[in-house]
Design a protein around this ligand. Structure first.
Ligand SMILES: Nc1nc2c(ncn2[C@@H]2O[C@H](COP(=O)(O)OP(=O)(O)O)[C@@H](O)[C@H]2O)c(=O)[nH]1
Ligand SMILES: [Mg+2]
Length: 183
C-alpha cells in the first residue's frame, strides 16, 4: 500500500520542489490520494474519515524537513498515524508452549482467514518452522480447495479435509497427523 501511495503522492507533489511549509491545498490533494488508497485497501470509510482528519491536522503547517520532499513528508505523517491507528506495540506469536502449536483462524466468510493462513504459513516456514495447513471450512464452496491451491503455491502441506466431515473431527485428525509428521 505504501508503494502505491508513494507513487500517487509523487504525482500530487511533483511541481512542488524545494522547501517551505505544507499548505492546506497540498494536503488536501494528498489526502484525496490517501483516501483512495485506503478505501481500495478495504479500510472502513469511517476509519478513513477519522484518519484523514487526524493526518491533515498534523500535517498542515509543518515545516518540510530539509531531507524530505513534501510528498515524503506527508508519507511520514501518514505512516506515523497508521502505526498509532493499528496500535503502536506488536507482540509475536507465542508458539513455544506445545507441539504442534495450533493457530485457529476464526471470522466471517470472506474476512480473509484462508488468505491470512497462507501468509502465516509462508512466514512461519521462512522462520524455520513446519506449518501444516488444515482447511476446516466445510460450508463455503471450494474453501478447502482454495487452501490446497495456496498450500501448493507456497510449498506447505495441506491436510486432506473432506467437505462431508465434521470440522471438529477434521481438526482432531489433523493434530494427530501433525504430531506424527516428520516433514
Ligand atoms: N484487499 C485485500 N483483500 C484480501 C485480504 N485478505 C483476503 N483478501 C481477499 O478477500 C477475499 C476473501 O478472502 P478469504 O481468505 O478467502 O476469506 P475467508 O472466507 O475468511 O477464508 C479473497 O478474494 C481474498 O483475495 C487483504 O488483506 N486485503
Ligand atoms: Mg476460507
Amino acid at each position: 500500500m505504501f508503494e502505491n501511495l508513494s507513487d500517487r503522492l509523487h504525482e500530487v507533489f511533483k511541481d512542488l520542489r524545494g522547501h517551505g511549509k505544507l499548505t492546506e491545498k497540498n494536503i488536501e490533494d494528498a489526502m484525496r490520494e490517501v483516501r483512495m488508497a485506503l478505501l481500495e485497501a478495504d479500510v472502513n470509510f469511517k476509519v478513513v474519515k477519522e484518519f484523514i482528519s487526524a493526518v491533515s491536522e498534523k500535517a498542515i503547517g509543518q515545516e518540510v524537513l530539509e531531507s524530505l520532499s513534501p510528498g515524503q513528508q506527508v508519507i511520514k505523517v501518514v505512516n506515523e498515524e497508521l502505526i498509532t491507528l493499528l496500535g503502536g506495540a506488536t507482540s509475536g506469536l507465542d508458539l513455544a508452549k506445545r507441539t504442534p502449536a495450533i493457530i485457529m483462524m476464526v471470522g466471517l466468510q470472506g474476512s480473509g482467514k484462508t488468505t491470512s493462513a497462507g501468509k502465516l504459513a509462508k512466514l512461519l516456514k521462512k522462520q524455520g518452522r513446519k506449518p501444516y495447513l488444515v482447511p476446516a471450512d466445510i460450508y463455503r464452496p471450494a474453501a478447502i480447495e482454495q487452501l490446497h491451491v495456496l498450500g501448493r503455491s507456497i510449498n506447505v502441506p495441506v491436510h486432506p479435509s473432506q467437505a462431508d466431515q465434521n470440522p471438529v473431527t477434521i481438526c482432531k485428525n489433523a493434530v494427530v497427523v501433525a504430531q506424527n509428521s516428520t516433514h
